[in-house]
Design a protein around this ligand. Sequence first.
Ligand code: R5P
Length: 299
Amino acid sequence: MTAGCVVLGGGDEVSNSFASSLAASLSSPYCEVLRKVFPDGESYIRLPGEAVKASRVCVVKSLDYPQDKALVELLLTLDALREKSNAELVAVIPYMAYSRQDREFLENEAVSIRAVLRAIKSAGASELYTIEIHKEESLRHFGGRAYSVSPYEYMAGKLEIPEDSVVIAPDLGARGRAERLAKALGVDYDYLVKQRDRITGEVVFKPKELDVKGLNVIIVDDIISTGGTIAKASRILKAQGAKSIIVIVAHALLVDGAWDKIVDAGVSRVYATNTVKPRSGRPVIIDVAPVVAEYVSSS
Ligand code: R5P
């Protein structure tokens, strides 16, 4: 039990459900913001009385699609809390949108994650928790206590994984993820080498032979968006003799068409967390709010 802590759901289905599970894990009271959209499309937020009276409020808001609207709703919520209460404001952002634009890939591009994290901080959050941000170093832009919670070790205990499995990361950036999951599962890991064209967005894999012949491959990544990365990785691994392909991701955005693309490429099952609402397909969803609760209660 965290004394005086109230968990506030951000009003949409994903955020409310995550917040409710987080509150149960923390044995804390749960409430929700009231949200509306004005006829011209502007967002409206009203706080519940319980949140205004608390000494610590965990504001749970996933920056799931539509990301820009979710961000504005989060900023309105934090700003209203800052004005109306003296509470310490903890932002719990299950899915941190914009985290992949973490530097200028082309000259004069906006560094989106920097702008988003600075906005959340200046709206009043003093602490921030998210799940598997694309790169942990990005959290420095928050300028305060900020943590990226790894879900894979917890997920490992909930997976049905066949014998003779190996974990493969689709690129060097996901190697650490593969290592964490493989350690938790007690299996080996390796990684492919991927490059993305910064103009077209097209993904290209460099030739690399992996020891996957006759093995059940578990591909691990932070996010499936269009499914291009996973589909190409799956085809390469199948061509190298993989017996089956299972995918573990934190954020299964699965934009339209992504599910069919990865299934056609040989993926038999996808496990994901409850940070977003998948826009296609049927991944197996694992509730990771209890892992976030451990971080929040120990801070
Ligand atoms: C990129 O480095 C990320 O970790 C993911 O691999 C990528 O964003 C997935 O996007 P998509 O599903 O569109 O290939």
